[in-house]
Write a protein of this length. Structure first.
Length: 929
């Protein structure tokens, strides 16, 4: 048990990431709340119906859907966030809370087309039940000591993330008319590996890869969880996870629990599960060919095909390169047009001369407020412009003349609207969708300039509608049905689109002239957008190497009967009738609404973190309120070298535009030798109080992330001498200001990129005494440049420091000295360094599910530091040449930890009387996390 306990202590010391955004909501937002026995739903103005829906669905699950996981219930706080432009949700411990991001996904192929808020309520509340029922045994014991973060980590080390998400996906499939277990795209991940004859072991499937396409833990979890429920009954996973979370037994608890309740080894269980699914998959690749050769270990995704004048336009992404617009001619010659801006998704439209798409733009200050603005790219000049500002437009289309743009608008109340704009962004016409209906992917008809658009209702049923160009009249072309529709393209009189049919996503064509539709092509793992080209269909098909372009022969199919319900449970037995779509079963009660004060339980201490940075060893007690506008910390620190203790506290408030913060600290029993006389020790205590303001701003836009941070702090420091020191030295107090400004700008990163291929960071720190004359300036900068190969980086650092020599007060030294040397502090210091980062190996290898090596990378560096004494005028050089090896790993198949080894050869080591070589173990910090 000690081994597990110490490992949890270690990972707590390096696990600092948080899902939530601190101070993300404007101060003027009014918050409300509704309660039930299982949750408190906290929401801003205008979200009453969403809050009541969430409350009703959670109440139903709490009453009737706990038998397969456990009935332990602890009430959770759920915060509804309507102002972001992406679809997500999470439940976390530390503190125990949840956030629902209410923006619905415009494409239903990934998450489904049913009402997004209800889908969140079903999926995320399953996580609440999981956490509540995994608070047992050793996990509970660790939680008692280290709080909620400790229990979170103990749960993560015993119950894999694939179970958390797989079980939640299974639940959403069981309790709704859709769910990802019915979506072909979600189920195609492992089917594509089977079709592509890719065979990965369990550790590879758990940890992913930088060079291979490996499905994430969602589909892996659903397949294993679904097989377990079907094969061994509804109590199987409840029993397995209860033992695992309790660490029964201590080592490999889940694997041993599976063996206990399934009667087979865990490896055999996984093999049996995949054999079950593979027996239902076709292993023969159909006729056709890929239009581009794929290099070994190259993962590309080509999507949203459009054929303009026999040139194919598409967006391509890869593990090496950023999302970019491409065109391909009839000879299959590919040309890159331009890198795509930061987007909500990669969808775009083109008329052959211009490209239009929606770019994601953050609010400058508030992290939970975002916009989706339309951008227009001129293909010939490659110049771009924003057509709109601070809007929420999605999936735009541009007409042939480039005069009008059709787009979907979704406001913060999840109300959808079809909008037509001119080429300056002025609204020409608009049409509101029915309540709880969502429009998506409008397309101009080249025949009569009418607009075709998909519409979906609350239950997720979809239809195809045609609007006149002024949006005053509409006509239903394909009736509502329980299916997914998307990836549209108009080719002459044919409207091409992908739709779900009989467990697959296939390509359809709607003939505008004869008003009929039929399937024109299919592929075992789906066609996601396609065009007619060279007497064939060119489609974006899902494969084991990403979305690839494939020429597929046209097929003859009868006219489609859209009245059929196309959704079914894929590969598993259907659920009993008692589970059919709880949205209709949940009683529509109206819970009492009351105000929610933004400073409710402001401190809310939840987790104790052990931290160490030798010689300092720290215990910190962290707190966050539910709205995440208050962060607090209490801490104790022990310095091993000087043998003194510290106590401190700090509080940050993020609810205002400018963030105030305060802190106090006391150092007890500090000591120093006096005049090098060995038997004379001076001891003292010092006390520090600080108060300040911080302003974090986000100027990200286009293809670059940009952040500005400004802070100013006033500090009070008091020194109180003890013992014999009081006879020689006077107590004193010192006031000083600490001002910092930093700015960083960097490009997006592809999966394999170690650092951004272009970026820079600059900062300045100025500290100055108020009652005693003293000052210090420190300037830092880093420049990130591309190296010789795609995934190589040249990083150049420069720094400069200057301080006074009066001796009234010596500020702590924060200058980044040459690596390897014991840091010295001179009045003037300069430094420049060069770093060349490159990947060395991609092992994709692990040891006994304990540690998994994803990537090994290196860094060659040279540091040059020059210091100057103002008194003697001497200048000293400190040069270092060396190398670093970093290991990007996963521990217990889950916790990402990067560690490394550094060798420094100090060319000027004799100045400090040391040897030339130094070895260090390093835990690097990624500047851009």
């Amino acid at each position: 048990m000690k081994v597990i306990f110490y490992l949890i202590v270690f990972f707590l010391s390096v696990q600092i990431a948080r899902s939530q955004v601190f101070g993300g909501n404007p101060f003027h937002v009014n918050w409300h709340q509704v309660h039930n026995p299982y949750a408190r739903i906290i929401y801003p103005d205008g979200q009453d119906s969403a809050a009541q829906l969430v409350s009703n669905l959670i109440r139903w699950q709490g009453k009737y859907d706990t038998s397969t996981i456990g009935s332990i219930s602890k009430k959770i706080d759920i915060v509804l966030q309507p102002d972001v432009v992406y679809s997500n949700g999470y439940v976390q411990l530390g503190p125990f809370r949840s956030e629902f991001y209410l923006m619905p996904s415009l494409s239903g192929f990934e998450l489904g087309s049913q009402n997004w808020t209800s889908n969140l309520a079903v999926h995320e509340f399953r996580h609440v039940l999981q956490y509540n029922n995994f608070n047992v045994g050793l996990s509970k014991f660790v939680g008692k000591i280290f709080g909620q973060d400790g229990r979170d980590l103990a749960n993560a080390m015993s119950v894999p993330n694939w179970f958390f998400e797989g079980d939640a996906v299974y639940n959403e499939t069981k309790l709704s008319g859709q769910g990802r277990g019915r979506l072909p795209l979600f189920m195609n991940d492992f089917y594509s590996l089977y079709l592509g004859k890719k065979h990965y072991n369990y550790q590879q499937l758990r940890n992913g890869s930088y060079i291979k396409y490996v499905p994430n833990h969602y589909p892996l979890g659903y397949l294993l969880v679904g097989y377990g429920y079907q094969k061994y009954g509804e109590d199987f996973w409840k029993n397995v996870t209860k033992d695992a979370a309790a660490y029964k037994p201590l080592f490999y608890p889940l694997q041993n629990a599976v063996k206990k309740y399934a009667g087979v080894d865990f490896d055999q269980f996984v093999q049996n599960a995949f054999s079950y699914y593979q027996s239902q998959w076709d292993s023969v690749m159909p006729s056709g060919r890929f239009v581009q050769m794929q290099k070994k270990w190259q993962i590309d995704n080509a999507q949203y095909l459009q054929n303009e004048n026999n040139n194919i336009f598409y967006v391509k992404t890869s593990y090496k390169h950023l999302p970019s617009f491409y065109t391909m001619d009839s000879n299959f010659q590919e040309m890159k047009i331009k890198v795509q801006s930061i987007t909500y998704d990669n969808y775009f439209s083109t008329n052959g001369k211009q490209i239009v798409y929606a770019a994601r733009v953050p609010n400058i200050r508030w992290g939970n407020v975002e916009y989706s603005d339309i951008k227009v790219l001129d293909i010939a000049s490659k110049k771009e412009k924003y057509l709109t500002k601070k809007t929420r437009y999605f999936t735009p289309d541009i007409d042939k003349e480039g005069n009008e743009i059709a787009a979907v608008s979704i406001n913060t109340n999840q109300q959808s609207q079809l909008v037509v704009l001119d080429n300056h962004g002025k609204i020409l016409s608009k049409h509101d969708a029915a309540k709880n209906h969502i429009y998506s992917f409008p397309k101009f008809s080249p025949i009569d300039h009418s607009i075709f658009v998909f519409e979906r209702d609350f239950d997720g049923k979809m239809r195809l509608v045609q609007f006149s160009d002024d949006l005053k009249t509409e006509k239903e072309l394909i009736p509502f049905g329980n299916r997914i529709m998307g990836f549209p393209y108009f080719q002459k009189e044919n409207f091409l689109f992908t739709a779900t049919s009989d467990g697959k996503d296939v390509l359809f064509s709607y003939d505008v002239k004869d008003k009929s539709s039929k399937q024109i092509s299919s592929f075992p793992t789906g066609i996601y957008g396609g065009v007619q080209w060279k007497d064939s269909v060119l489609g974006s098909v899902f494969t084991a190497d990403g979305y690839r372009l494939r020429m597929i022969p046209k097929e003859r199919y009868p006219t489609t009967n859209w009245a059929n319900d196309t959704f079914k449970i894929l590969y598993l037995n259907d659920f009993s009738d008692k589970y059919k779509n709880i949205v209709g079963l949940a009683q529509e009660d109206t819970a009492t609404v009351s105000k929610y004060a933004r400073l409710t339980h402001p401190f809310n201490f939840h987790s104790l973190h052990p931290e160490w940075d030798d010689p300092n060893y720290t215990l910190s007690y962290y707190g966050n309120n539910v709205l995440n506008t208050v962060q607090s910390q209490l801490y104790y620190n022990y310095n091993r070298t000087e043998k003194f203790s510290s106590l401190g506290a700090s509080v940050y408030y993020g609810g205002w535009y400018v963030m105030p913060f305060i802190g106090v600290n006391t150092n007890i029993n500090r000591q120093v030798r006096y005049n090098d006389i060995s038997d004379t020790i001076f001891r003292w205590n010092d006390y520090t109080a600080s108060a300040g303001l911080q302003l974090p701003l986000n100027f990200s836009r286009g293809r670059m992330y940009k952040y500005l941070n400004v802070s100013t702090v006033i500090n009070y420091n008091q020194v109180a001498w003890n013992g014999i020191a009081k006879n020689y030295l006077n107590n004193r107090s010192f006031y000083y200001l600490n001002n910092t400004i930093s700015f960083q700008s960097y490009s997006q990163q592809a999966t394999q990129n170690i650092y951004p291929r272009l970026g820079y960071v600059v900062s300045a720190n100025y500290r100055s005494g108020l009652n005693l004359k003293s000052y210090q300036w420190v300037f830092n900068s880093s420049l990130y440049l591309p190296g010789l190969m795609t995934n190589h980086n040249l990083v150049v650092n420069a720094a400069y420091s200057l301080r006074d020599t009066l001796g009234n007060y010596l500020f702590s030294n924060i200058f980044p000295f040459s690596r390897g040397y014991q840091v010295v502090n001179f009045p003037r210091m300069w430094k420049v360094s060069g770093n060349y980062h490159l990947p060395l190996f991609y092992p994709d290898w692990g040891y006994k599910n304990i540690v998994y090596f994803q990537r090994i990378r290196g860094n060659l560096f040279y540091d040059y530091t020059e210091v100057k004494s103002l008194r003697t005028k001497y200048v000293y050089h400190f040069r270092t040449i060396g190398s670093e090896i970093y290991f990007d790993t996963k521990w217990w198949n889950q916790e990402a930890v990067t560690f490394g080894i550094r060798y420094s050869y100090m060319q000027d080591h004799k100045l400090l009387g040391t040897g030339p070589s130094r070895w260090e173990i390093i835990l690097p910090i990624n500047l851009f996390d």
